[in-house]
Each structure stands twice: as C-alpha cells, then as structure tokens.
Design a protein around this ligand. Structure first.
Ligand code: B12
Ligand code: SF4
Ligand code: SF4
Length: 330
C-alpha cells in the first residue's frame, strides 16, 4: 500500500465517510473568480472575515510553509428520525419528521442537532496526523482545518474527489448526498493525489425553488443577506421584517436547499456512533428559550454549535419564530 492509500484507509477506519487527497496549489481560476465576484456583489453581507485573508483562503500553500498536499475528509451528518434515546414521555415524530407539540417550537438545522462538529472532526484529524507522523520519514508539518480556518473547503474537497458542487452550493457526494461536514489536513508530506469525480449537479433547480427567500439566485449566485442560515447564525443586527417573516419556525440554521436535493433522498444516515446526536435539539420549546438564563444556556448548549451564537441572538431568533407562530394561528 502507498502512504496515500494507508492514510485513506486509516481515515475511513477512524470514522470518516470520505477521504481524498489533492495538492496544495491554489483553487482554479473559475472558482477564484466566483469567490471574488461574490464578494464584489456584496453577497457576503456583514461577514467581513470573508473579505480578509483572500490569498490564504484560496491557496492552502499560504497557510503552511512548504505545504505539498491537502487531505480532505467528509463526515456524513444525515440524522435518522428514530435515532437517539427518547426521553420519557417524548412524542414520536409525525410524517414530516417533526415532533408534534401544543407549544410553539423552533426548528434547529440538522447539523446543529449533533455535538459541535468542529471539536469532533479536529480530534479525528489530530489522530490521523499522529498516524501519518509515525509513517512519514522526516520532520513534517501539518495544519488541521475545520470551518473556521480561512480555506475554500468546498473547492478543495471537490478537487480531492469527495463530490461535486451543486446549485445549492454544497459539496454533494453522489452516494451520501449534501449533508457532509468537511475538514482538512494541510501537510508538507507529498502524497499521491486523487481526481475529481465525473458526476455533476443535474441542474434540476429543486434547491432554488425550495429556498424560502431567494437567497439562492437563479443566476447561480448566492446572496447571504437573504439566507436564513446567515440571518439566524451569523447576522448580529435586527433581522429585516420581510426576512423575519420568511424565517418561519427556523430557530437556528436552514436546511431547505439541502433537503430538496434529489441526492438527499436515499442518503444513508450518519453511521459514526461516536458523534453525539441529541434528539431533543431537533425542535425546541420557544417559551423555554426565552426564559433561559446565561447559566442555563451554557449548561444546555456547551457542546453545541448553537453555543457560538450566544443567548441574546438565540432569544432574538426565538422571538421571531414566536411572532411567526402567532401569525400562523390568526
Ligand atoms: C461562510 C459560510 C457560510 C455562510 C455563507 C454560505 C455560502 N454559501 O457561502 C452561511 C452562514 C450562510 C453558511 C450556511 C451554511 N453552511 Co456554511 N460555511 C461557511 C464557510 C465558513 C465559508 C464558505 C465560503 O467560502 N463561502 C464563499 C462562497 C463563494 O464559497 P462556496 O460557497 O464555498 O463556493 C466555493 C466553491 O464551491 C465554488 N463555487 C460555488 N458555487 C459555484 C458556482 C460556480 C458556477 C462556480 C464556477 C464555482 C462555484 O466557488 C467558491 C470558491 O471557493 C464554510 C467553511 C469553509 N472554511 O469553507 C462553511 C461550510 C461551507 N458550511 C457548511 C454548512 C453545513 C452550511 C449549512 C448547510 C448549515 C445550515 N444547515 O444552516 C448552510 C448551507 C447554505 C448554503 N446553501 O451554502 C459546510 C458545507 C459542507 C458541504 N457539504 O458543502 C462547510 C464547508 C463547513 C464544514 N467544514 O463542513 N455557511
Ligand atoms: S440555507 Fe435556506 S435560505 Fe439559505 S440558501 Fe439554503 S434554502 Fe435558502
Ligand atoms: S437540487 Fe438539483 S440543482 Fe440543486 S444541487 Fe441538487 S441536483 Fe443540483
């Protein structure tokens, strides 16, 4: 087995669903142009960090001295509707996958129903680094990236053969669908690289039709200013009234463009049993959120991606969902 093959086998054995390798060169010109157009058109909204470190974000070699390769991993996060241990008295989900309740509830995006993926994936990648260090000759360097490092993760994952970029802008693997977290190890070890896959988006436009706000534009661009995921996770101000209304009962994140994709239909559920899933985070009681103290919030969401949002913004979102619930009842 070559070193690259050993690394890929170890990655899969340690619980990742996909492992591919690409070189540490910059993303291609078309992808770079897409990115700079996105910034120039103002579609990054108030995510000012997306305007910084452009050189590093689009070129892994700028993030690590003598970088040669990027090992890209994917972790499937499609939740099973019946997964997890139900608490005493907890109701079963209805045919739409929702837990019926007489109290107004807010929906949490699938990815945030798990423990914080940043922490989980970093731990897995750190073990993989130990494994590579034990096999590679010489004194090599490694940099672990999961989401927060300025790096064009989707572009690199596509180049490493993990999947293709769909019209919903997610990295889609034909077998696993779009609900895949990404992570990378940039390394000075030179490894044999993989080829991008041949399959591509079917252009069925179901994602664009499903987007409640028009954030997924028909011209192929993505306007974060209108995206419910951006507004409920990243945006710090008061949500504009028209968009607040379209947010419906989405308390944290949005999955519409992901769930509408035909590649999601037969996607297998997350098989990594070490990756903690919380059944009771799929839908949460809005009244309870509005009454949480800082101490309650920290205790309840310490290991969740929701923790980064902070209690004030979670309450802002809960208030919007509650107003929308009242509107639905009238
Ligand atoms: C900022 C950010 C957001 C922002 C902006 C999203 C966006 N589309 O840009 C907000 C908060 C809205 C967001 C939402 C979500 N995010 Co987010 N996000 C990021 C982050 C930090 C940067 C993304 C970025 O660079 N955006 C800028 C745009 C221009 O880049 P891009 O969409 O990645 O597109 C690149 C290529 O795909 C290509 N490209 C894309 N479309 C096209 C079209 C054409 C024609 C061409 C030529 C090229 C091209 O060009 C770009 C060059 O780099 C990444 C982590 C990272 N470091 O990469 C996670 C990441 C993209 N997010 C992730 C997830 C899971 C989500 C959500 C599903 C969460 C949710 N349920 O609410 C949604 C999905 C919304 C969506 N449809 O994109 C995952 C995606 C995994 C996957 N399988 O794709 C990532 C990779 C985090 C991770 N490590 O797993 N996110
Ligand atoms: S996450 Fe929701 S609002 Fe954002 S582009 Fe996808 S469907 Fe539209
Ligand atoms: S819904 Fe259709 S157009 Fe959108 S990403 Fe999936 S296959 Fe592509």
């Amino acid at each position: 087995m070559s070193l690259a093959e050993e690394i890929k086998a170890k990655g899969l054995e340690s619980g990742f669903d996909l492992v591919g390798i690409t070189d540490a060169g910059p993303i291609d010109n078309e992808q770079f142009k897409f990115f700079t157009d996105w910034l120039a058109l103002g579609y990054a909204g108030r995510m000012n960090y997306m305007r910084e470190n452009l050189e590093k974000r689009t070129n892994p070699a700028k993030l690590l001295e003598n970088a040669q390769s990027v090992i890209c991993v994917g972790l499937n996060y499609t939740p099973s509707l019946d997964r997890g241990t139900r608490a005493e008295g907890q109701k079963t989900r209805d045919e739409t996958g929702h837990l019926p309740s007489s109290r107004p509830m807010g929906r949490v995006a699938n990815y945030a129903q798990y423990e914080d993926y940043h922490v989980f994936i970093k731990k897995g990648l750190s073990k993989l680094v130990d494994f590579i260090s034990s096999l590679a000759c010489g004194n090599h360097k490694f940099k672990i990236c999961v989401d927060s490092v300025p790096l064009a993760e989707r572009s690199l994952a596509a180049r490493a053969g993990l999947g293709f970029i769909g019209k919903n802008h997610t990295l889609i693997n034909p077998g696993l669908g779009p609900q895949i977290f990404l992570g990378e190890i940039i390394t000075s070890v030179k490894l044999q690289t993989d080829e991008p896959i041949a399959e591509s988006c079917s252009n069925c436009n179901k994602c664009i039709e499903a987007c409640p706000t028009g954030a997924l534009r028909t011209d192929g661009q993505f306007d974060a200013n209108k995206c419910i995921s951006y507004l409920t996770i990243e945006y710090k101000g008061q949500t504009p009234a028209d968009l607040a209304e379209k947010t419906g009962d989405r308390l944290f994140g949005c999955d519409e463009c992901v769930l509408a994709c035909p590649y999601q239909e037969n996607a297998p559920v997350c098989k990594n049993q070490q990756f903690k899933y919380y059944n009771d985070r799929a839908r949460v009681d809005l009244g309870r959120i509005l009454n949480l103290t800082e101490a309650d919030f920290d205790a309840e969401f310490a290991d969740s991606p929701i923790n980064r949002l902070g209690l004030d913004r979670l309450k802002r979102n809960a208030h919007i969902c509650l107003v929308n619930a009242t509107r639905r009842e009238i």
